[in-house]
Design a protein around this ligand. Structure first.
Ligand SMILES: Cc1cc2nc3c(=O)[nH]c(=O)nc-3n(C[C@H](O)[C@H](O)[C@H](O)COP(=O)(O)O)c2cc1C
Length: 323
């Protein structure tokens, strides 16, 4: 993992609201991605295979395609929507993707993510209706959307050549300006979109591995330098990098597959070599010899130090919050 705290690369999810192979919208999305600065990495996340949203399927283990989609959006800092208009609104596939990402309640992967909208149509009015309909959903999804420049790409068939490249110089320049403005917007809305924010997303996945009995990913972010400390939920505390690393590995072995965890970050910050988060860790785990289900909430503080260009865990303090 390479980290620079000054100019972190932003991950931009790109969702295309058309499933057809020769989609003008996808071609415009590719043209935008090709013009994105190096500091904005575009990641096309496919929505065509998402089963239609059905609350009944979200109770237990949700469809794998939903989980993969939600995880992919969670890894991103912002979302760019490039969409046609169907019957003066957004296509069903895109609405379905929004619905899937927005649930279960309280766990929307879209919440707070800055957004950009480009609507595309072979007709003149540039899919104005779908552009505005999409903006309406952002209110409820709590997604701050870039207001200007607006992008209504009309006459799409004439703007693109047979290879999907933008022929019109003005359109090409407009797309370049749009994607640059979007990067500025993302950085304005999320000044904290820093290397540590990106790392914290990784931290949450590592915590999930851990409560499933797998300490491998945690091992990669645990320091091997002194000082290192761990204040465990059992009330004891350990000092020394090797001792602490060994303990994490042993503790992970007491968990079985089938666990899940959420980090509720109350505060997090990074400055120079150091970073921390503090908050609650909610976990559902299967523990002990028989994989007995257990639910726990821990009050957690973790401190990280930049070592060899990556954040390493140097201190963890976890107390049971529910006695
Ligand atoms: C079900 C359906 C509804 C459509 N409704 C509209 C519409 O309201 N406004 C519009 O400009 N084009 C409409 N169109 C035409 C689309 O703009 C056109 O098919 C376009 O190529 C779709 O975008 P794509 O090229 O990215 O697939 C509609 C097409 C379909 C299939």
């Amino acid at each position: 993992m390479t980290m620079t705290t000054e100019h972190p690369v932003l991950q931009l999810a790109v969702l295309v609201g058309s499933l057809r192979a020769q989609s003008y919208s996808r071609k415009i999305a590719k043209a935008l991605a090709a013009r994105a600065p190096d500091s904005l990495r575009c990641r096309f996340i496919e929505i065509g295979e998402l089963p239609l949203y059905n609350e009944d399927l979200d109770g237990g283990t949700p469809p794998a395609a939903w989980s993969a989609f939600r995880a992919a959006i969670r890894e991103c800092d912002a979302v760019l929507f490039v969409t046609p208009e169907y019957n003066r609104s957004i296509p069903g596939c895109l609405k379905n993707a929004l619905d899937v990402g927005s649930r279960p309640p309280g766990k929307s992967v879209f919440k707070g993510l800055p957004a950009g909208v480009v609507s595309v149509s072979p007709s003149k009015i540039g899919a104005f209706g779908s552009n505005q309909a999409l903006r309406q959903t952002f209110v409820f999804l709590d997604m701050p959307v870039m207001q200007q420049p607006e992008a209504y790409i009309g006459n799409a068939a004439e703007l693109l050549d047979d290879n999907g490249a933008v022929k019109n110089v003005d359109t090409a320049a407009f797309l370049e300006d749009f994607i640059e403005a979007l990067e500025k917007w993302i950085r304005t809305v999320r000044p904290g979109s820093s290397a540590f924010d990106a790392f914290m997303k990784q931290r949450e996945k590592i915590a999930e591995d851990y409560v499933n009995g797998n300490a491998t990913s945690l091992k990669a972010i645990v320091t091997h330098s002194e000082p290192a400390t761990f204040f465990s939920p059992r009330g004891d505390h350990l000092e020394g990098a090797d001792v602490v690393a060994g303990r994490y590995e042993r503790d992970a072995a007491s968990f079985h597959q089938g666990g899940s965890t959420d980090l509720e970050v109350l505060q997090a910050s990074a400055s120079g070599e150091l970073a921390f988060w503090t908050g609650l860790q909610h976990a559902k785990a299967r523990i002990g010899k028989n994989g007995q289900p257990a639910e726990m909430t821990l009050r957690v503080t973790e401190v990280f130090r930049l070592e060899d260009g990556g954040f390493k865990l140097v201190h963890r303090h976890a107390d049971p919050a529910n006695g």
